[in-house]
Design a protein around this ligand. Structure first.
Ligand SMILES: [Zn+2]
Ligand SMILES: [Zn+2]
Length: 271
């Protein structure tokens, strides 16, 4: 029994054309999943500022609702949303959540306030100190985002690290351990789950999950129990990718269950 709680359909601006809701469900069933959440992008500031084409939330929600009935005997399908930067525009974000009764809402940070996605950021020309200062701001924004109500899962907490690495640089988490620990404690108090995002893992064992194994172990030591798996797949063939490897990492960190935290309540599955 496994759940992929972070996937994108063709309704996301960067979803593959093949990622119909039906194709994502079929892929989940083929991968042996019992639960699938389709969590299309809603980067609230990016949409309002005209950077991203807004998600057609009505159409996406209707398609998922229809598929829930079709696949009811084979798969528990969750209508989700990857809500980016809710704390930048809390009123607009609240209105989004009030319009549709989502089963699960992921909280993401893809950019700092007033800036573009980390993807576009030039880390190559930055010193180690400048990168550390930038990560400091990232952590402060995560802290603010956790105060926005309605988020069940915090996604890819080390997302910025992916692009720092891509630029050939490193980000040392050690000096930030007290700050990260405080974030984890805040999540634990609020019942917000930590996502293990497998999109940065590689078949040959190269590539680390987000967050790294060390940070997953830290979360566990802080008393964290709610950990969810997300492939962040944007195409059917990416559903549940690297989940066996991710399960081994979680087991080695001392976790025994996967969390499926939904607006209706918390479900746990054996890893
Ligand atoms: Zn994301
Ligand atoms: Zn995503």
């Amino acid at each position: 029994m496994r759940a992929d709680l972070h996937t994108h359909s063709l309704y996301s601006f960067d979803g593959a054309p093949s990622a119909t809701v039906a194709a994502m469900c079929e892929a989940a069933i083929a991968a042996g999943l019992t639960h699938l959440a389709i969590t299309d992008h809603c980067d609230i500031d990016g949409e309002l500022d005209g950077i991203y084409h807004p998600l057609d939330r009505d159409a996406a929600f209707a398609a998922i609702t229809e598929a829930k009935k079709i696949y009811a005997d084979r798969l528990t399908l969750l209508a989700g949303l990857e809500l980016g930067q809710a704390h930048h525009r809390p009123e607009a974000a609240r209105a989004v959540l009030e319009r549709h009764p989502y089963d699960i809402v992921l909280g993401s940070l893809h950019n700092l306030e007033g800036e573009r996605d980390f993807y576009f950021f030039d880390f190559k020309g930055m010193t180690s100190d400048a990168i550390a200062a930038y990560f400091d701001r990232v952590l402060a924004e995560y802290d603010a985002m956790l105060d926005f109500p309605g988020i069940q899962v915090l996604t890819h907490i080390t997302y910025v690290h992916r692009y720092v690495r891509r630029a050939g640089k490193e980000l040392d988490f050690i000096p930030f351990i007290p700050r990260i620990r405080a974030l984890f404690e805040k999540m634990i108090n609020k019942g917000i789950a930590l996502e293990l995002n497998t999109s940065t893992m590689r078949p040959d064992g190269e590539g680390e999950p987000m967050p790294t194994k060390e940070l997953l172990a830290l979360y566990r030591r802080c008393g964290g129990r709610l950990v969810s798996l997300g492939s962040d797949g944007h195409a059917p063939d990416a559903v549940a990718r690297h989940f066996d490897h991710a399960a081994r990492i979680l087991t080695e960190c001392g976790f025994t269950e996967l969390a499926v935290p939904t607006a209706q309540g918390l479900l746990t599955l054996p890893i």
